[in-house]
Structure formats: structure tokens, C-alpha cells
Design a protein around this ligand. Structure first.
Ligand code: CP
Length: 319
């Protein structure tokens, strides 16, 4: 694997999931693979799971880990090409990436959507600069439009929890939130589910349809009860409007996932990438109930990251 920023960087998804499950069985089987090599984990935004699971994954492979919480610890970055830097910004992102090239064998970066310019976000204005200027493999730790390490962990979790011989029905359902949230997790989950052998539908209120370039032919239902019927997996996630970019059109119905809503399902397992707003996105009863596989999903972030780093190290070590 040369880089990892979307599902298109994975040659064979079934093989990658199989490898991740083997790594989960024996996470210390490749402790020499990253010896003498360094991964830089650059966070332009907050994180709990991604930061810690990536660190564990890298350490399990023997990699040296440099973590930079850039928003708090680094110089104030300039992102605009040709900027006259006589204001608040101190270091251009191009120069920062060139320096990271000197220190790192892999650069992993978290760069959320700014939620101000749809064009900038759709075009991945920050991730694209890493892809352009990095001379080493780039891994996305969540970008403006995708969260591929999360999606791989989600796929691993679904496979672990599905032992029946028919296709599971997987529903990605929108949930309420108090502020505008990017579409990255929803977009990414949709892309990865299209590569899985599942019956996938998306449920969201009118005005909240995701970007069609991610949902493609996936069925989108604007009635949550109808969508949840006979579901085997329910993925709960908020996102703001894509069409009316970053807006939060009014929703009259209650879309919070409750225990009552699970009654109409096939004893559905409940997923969420975390962090979650309890009793806003889903109820305490659901979060703490027996249908929740949310902490297992969080644990699988380690094996998702470790599999990706391992595949990238194979490519580096083959040169
Ligand atoms: N799910 C996820 O990416 O969590 P963090 O934002 O805490 O990394």
C-alpha cells in the first residue's frame, strides 16, 4: 500500500479485514517491521481514539512515534498559496511538510473540514497539500470528506459480529446534534459499505442528503422507522447539510436512537464512531445496552491502523 486516504487505496478489502483480524489475534507478531523507522502523527484537530489507537498500532510494529498536536503546540500555520505572511500565521504548511519529510518515514495527518468554504472542503484543501508536498506515504487520520481508518474499523466490527449466512442489513442513520458536524464519517462509511457484501441503506431527514458522489446508488430513506425495519446493524451519526453547506435545517421528528426504535429491527447491533452526545444522538439505554458494539468498534481502531501501517511498511521495506 503506497498511501491511505480512502477505500480506493485498498486493493482487496476482504484480505485487509482478514489481516486485521489476524493482527487482533496476535498484535505483537510484527514488532520488528517498523524498527528504525518513524511515523509522524500530525493533529490539526482534537482526537482521543485516533491519536491513542494510532500510537498503540505504531508501537506494536516497532515504529518510533512522533505526535504533534499542531493546533496547540506548533506555529500558527498558513495554508494559502502565495500568501504574504505579514499577519498571524508564522509557518507555511509547505515548509512544515518539507520538514516532516526530513524526520518521518510515514506522515499521518488529521485535518477536518473547515466548514466555511464548501469548495475548500470538497477539494480537501489541506490533505491535498500533504499529498502534494510529502515525499513519504501519507495516511489520513480523518480529512474534510473521509475518515478511512474509522471505516476500516467499522468493517472489521461488522464482520466480527456477523456469523449468519445471509447479507446483513446495515443502516446508516442520521442523529441530532447541537452544532454543525462534517459529513466525513458518513461519506466514508457509505463508500466502504458499497465495497462490502451487505444490504446498505441511509436514513436522514429531508435537507440532510450526503454528497451523491459518496452515496452513489445507495438507497436514501427520509423516514427513520421505515429504514430501521429489520436492520441487523445501525450506525448512528450526525452530519450537517451538504446542499445548504454546514447548515442545520430544522427537523421536526425525533431522530435520536432509543430502545423503542430497536424493537422494529432484527435485534440490531448499534454502532457509533465516538465521541457521542448521550441522550442527543442516542439514549443512555442504547449506549449502555446489550445491542451496543460501540466500544468494540473503538478497540478495532487499533487493528485498523496497525493493518494499514503494516501494509505501508511492507511497501517501504520492499524498496
Ligand atoms: N472516532 C474518532 O475518530 O475519534 P477521535 O475523534 O477521538 O479520534
Amino acid at each position: 500500500m503506497k498511501k491511505f486516504t480512502s477505500v480506493s487505496d485498498v486493493k482487496n478489502l476482504q484480505e485487509i479485514i482478514k489481516k486485521a483480524l489476524q493482527i487482533k489475534e496476535n498484535p505483537h507478531s510484527e514488532t520488528e517491521k517498523g524498527k528504525g523507522k518513524t511515523i509522524g502523527l500530525v493533529f490539526l484537530n482534537s482526537s482521543l481514539r485516533t491519536r491513542l489507537s494510532s500510537q498503540i498500532a505504531a508501537q506494536n510494529l516497532g515504529l518510533n512515534v512522533l505526535t504533534l498536536n499542531a493546533a496547540q503546540e506548533a506555529w500558527n500555520l498558513e495554508f494559502a498559496d502565495g500568501a504574504v505572511m505579514n499577519g498571524d500565521t508564522v509557518e507555511h504548511i509547505k515548509d512544515a511538510i518539507e520538514v516532516l519529510n526530513q524526520y518521518c518515514d510515514i506522515i499521518a495527518v488529521r485535518c477536518f473540514a473547515g466548514m466555511k468554504s464548501k469548495e475548500d472542503d470538497v477539494n480537501e484543501s489541506i490533505l491535498s497539500q500533504f499529498e502534494q508536498h510529502a515525499k513519504v506515504p501519507v495516511v489520513s487520520l480523518e480529512s474534510a470528506t473521509r475518515h478511512p481508518l474509522q471505516s476500516l474499523a467499522d468493517c472489521i466490527t461488522i464482520i466480527e459480529n456477523w456469523k449468519k449466512d445471509h447479507k446483513p442489513k446495515v443502516v446508516l442513520t442520521w442523529a441530532p446534534h447541537i452544532k454543525p458536524i462534517a459529513q466525513a464519517v458518513g461519506n466514508s462509511f457509505a463508500e466502504w459499505m458499497q465495497e462490502m457484501d451487505v444490504d446498505f441503506v441511509i436514513a436522514n431527514p429531508e435537507g440532510y442528503d450526503l454528497d451523491k458522489s459518496f452515496t452513489k446508488d445507495t438507497k436514501v430513506i427520509h423516514n427513520q422507522d421505515e429504514a430501521l425495519k429489520d436492520a441487523d446493524f445501525i450506525y448512528v451519526k450526525n452530519w450537517s447539510s451538504f446542499d445548504e453547506y454546514a447548515a442545520m435545517p430544522e427537523v421536526k421528528e425525533n431522530w435520536m436512537l432509543t430502545r423503542e426504535k430497536l424493537e422494529n429491527t432484527n435485534a440490531a447491533k448499534v454502532m457509533h464512531c465516538l465521541p457521542v452526545r448521550r441522550n442527543v444522538e442516542l439514549s443512555d439505554e442504547v449506549m449502555d445496552g446489550e445491542n451496543s458494539i460501540i466500544y468494540q468498534q473503538a478497540k478495532n481502531r487499533i487493528f485498523s491502523a496497525q493493518t494499514v501501517f503494516s501494509e505501508i511498511l511492507d511497501e517501504i521495506n520492499s524498496k
